[in-house]
Design a protein around this ligand. Structure first.
Ligand code: F6R
Length: 615
């Protein structure tokens, strides 16, 4: 869960690596470092803090002189974030230098062996063990760097994306991956290494994504040689043309990526159903579903595995699949599922949901499900990600890059894809009437416009945020389809404003949480017209009589709730099953404005990282 960048070519490496690290800060931002070969020796600067802190303390000679280099932005796993534990790490001789994203699980036993052989260690990291292991192999077996990396990695248990170079042979970088992503950008007599393609977008559109258990020796003159780490077999490089563009990964005038991504939702949702939904022909077409229709039609059960916000999207999907397609659904935290001994039957389908496509627990859950014979369908945003590749089939969300750590457009586009799937299956199974089906398609097509309208409450939400920004606790309540939205709203507030928040099914309140309510407790209630409206109104009355402060998300024109609640935020009317796509919007904005008003780092909240590639 770190970002790595490397460069070898004819340009100054420093600015390329620095800018690349800034783009990868979503992966971790508690320390950063850079190492540049200046034609003679390696110059290394690293520090606790963000890439901007690194920029301030970087050695002068690094910034101007060197066409080979590597850089790292860290999310600490082994060793606290400090200058010493930051990457890159030298080997004992000072010849080799490494950056690493991942965890070497057996590092302690490897370290003991290396200490016996005279190696010393300056940091608490597993990475310093790996670079000395590579050095030890290189010296003892008298092999080139590439071979030494390969032999060392065959002794390692864990996950990694690494880049290593040797100052005595400064015409190559050796890279390898297992469980953490690694892309190689191919330019004109230059190569770029990165955790994803964003650091090299302005230089090349051609990239190779290494597969798990592959390594590559990237040579300035001779190009790239890829092989399997285990059996040494050569792999034909598959060069992909990148579809990303720079605009998509920049803030485009917004103060934060999170706000930009909230505002991108109308287009993101449109992109999600573009080419898949035709209201005119009353069809939904998704290759991953059509190709596996028989399997889906025979499914006795769907098991959804995911984490965090994606898990909340899975909960929404449970309602949609059961409601429309009449398929029983279970939604599992991937981190729990992977360590149970789940019962998976022949006709079960596992759906894995992940924005990044790199979440370690979700990936492990997929592997477990596959080992039990399950067919696994992926719903991912990042094209070519590990989860997209590990699943048997899938559908991308096409949300575009999500850089703010708090997930926003990923959630709504995941729900869109899952709604499309549920609708397609319900039609094929005959569990929905043609009128209802058509109505759903028409409503779905109108969702982008309605999200745009929901975004118009921005100023109202800002005013509410100003009133409640000092709250220490907050409750979020919803029922039915909007119960998962309540969970998601609470998660958003927690992660970016650090205010304690909990989501509850509104009716569960009286079984405990109601005791928390007093005049200091803000309670966000989703009280839209369709679905349990009267019941939710009763819940609101219960809160009111205990003096709780009510912020209600209501359907446009609602007067009943307006007369009871302290504040209301309107969203356009839609079908109950699609309402999460609208009710989520004000909750995202509310958290955003509270966090901004509290002066928090909205895009990079403390202790978090965008893709959680560790367990
Ligand atoms: C919350 C958030 C996380 C992620 C979770 C899963 O805003 O971003 O809870 O949803 O880490 O990540 P993906 O979807 O990449 O598997």
């Amino acid at each position: 869960m770190c970002g790595i960048v490397g460069y070898i070519g004819h340009r100054e490496a420093y600015p390329i690596i620095l800018k690349g690290l800034k783009r990868l800060e979503y992966r971790g931002y508690d320390s950063a470092g850079i190492a540049i070969y200046d034609g003679n020796t390696i110059k290394l600067s690293k520090t606790k803090g963000k890439v901007e802190d690194l920029e301030k303390c970087v050695l002068d000679e690094i910034s101007t002189n060197g066409k080979l280099g590597i850089g790292h932005t860290r999310w600490a796993t082994h060793g606290v974030p400090n200058n010493v534990n930051s990457h890159p790490h030298y080997s004992n001789s000072g010849d080799l230098v490494i950056i690493h994203n991942g965890i070497i699980e057996n590092y302690e036993s490897l370290k003991k062996e290396l200490v016996k052989r005279g190696y010393s260690f300056h940091s608490e990291t597993d990475t310093e063990v790996l670079i000395n292991l590579i050095e030890d192999v290189r010296n003892n077996e008298n092999v080139k760097l590439g071979k030494a990396v390969q032999i060392a990695l065959n002794q390692v248990v864990g996950a990694y994306a690494i880049a290593v170079f040797d100052k005595t042979k400064p015409d190559e970088i050796v890279v390898a991956r297992l469980g953490s992503p690694l892309a190689i950008g191919i330019g004109d007599k230059e190569f770029f290494i990165a955790s994803d393609a964003t650091p090299f977008l302005e230089y090349t559109k051609n990239a190779i994504y290494l597969e798990d258990e592959e390594m590559a020796v990237v040579r300035l003159e001779k190009g790239i040689k890829i092989r399997k780490i285990k059996d040494d077999s050569l792999v034909d490089p598959y060069i992909q043309e990148l579809q990303l563009n720079l605009e998509q990964i920049e803030k485009g005038g917004y103060e934060h990526f999170m706000l930009k991504e909230i505002y991108e939702q109308p287009n993101a949702i449109l992109d999600t159903f573009r080419g898949r939904l035709s209201v005119e022909q009353a069809i939904i077409k998704m290759a991953g579903i059509e190709d596996n229709m028989k399997r889906f039609l025979n499914a006795d059960r769907i098991i959804i595995v995911a984490c965090g916000t994606s898990w909340h999207a899975g909960l929404v999907a449970e309602y949609i699949f059961e409601d429309l397609a009449r398929i029983p659904v279970e939604v599992e935290y991937a981190s729990e599922f992977r360590y149970r001994n789940p019962v998976i039957k022949e006709n079960d389908i596992v759906i894995a949901i992940s924005q990044s496509g790199e979440t370690a627990d979700t990936l492990a859950a997929i592997k477990l499900a596959k080992s039990k014979g399950a067919f696994v369908f992926g719903v991912c945003n990042v094209v070519g990600s590990s989860i997209a590749r590990a699943t048997n089939a899938g559908a991308y969300t096409h949300a575009g890059p999500e850089i703010g750590v708090a997930s926003t457009k990923a959630f709504t586009t995941q729900i869109t894809v899952l709604s499309l799937i549920a609708l397609r299956l319900s039609r094929a199974k005959g569990t929905i009437s043609s009128t209802d089906y058509r109505m759903h398609l028409i409503e779905l097509e109108m969702i982008p416009k309605k999200v745009e309208n929901a975004l118009k409450s921005d100023e109202n939400i800002k005013a509410i945020a100003a009133i409640y920004k000092e709250a220490s606790n907050c409750l979020y309540l919803g029922r039915g389809y909007n119960f998962p939205v309540a969970l998601e709203g609470a998660l958003k507030l927690k992660e970016i404003s650090y205010i304690h928040a909990e989501g509850y099914p509104a009716a569960e309140m009286k079984h405990g949480p109601i005791a928390l309510i007093d005049e200091n407790m803000p309670i966000v209630v989703i009280a839209t017209k369709k679905g349990h409206y009267e019941k939710v109104v009763s819940n609101i009355q219960e809160i009111k009589s205990r003096k709780g402060k009510i912020i209600a998300i209501v359907t446009e024109g609602d007067e009943t709730v307006k007369s009871i609640a302290d504040h209301t935020i309107e969203v356009p009317e839609t079908l109950e099953s699609l309402s999460p796509l609208l009710t989520t919007i004000p909750l995202q904005l509310l958290s955003y404005y509270i966090a901004v008003m509290l002066g928090k780092n909205v895009d990079q909240p403390r202790n978090l990282a965008k893709s959680v590639t560790v367990e």
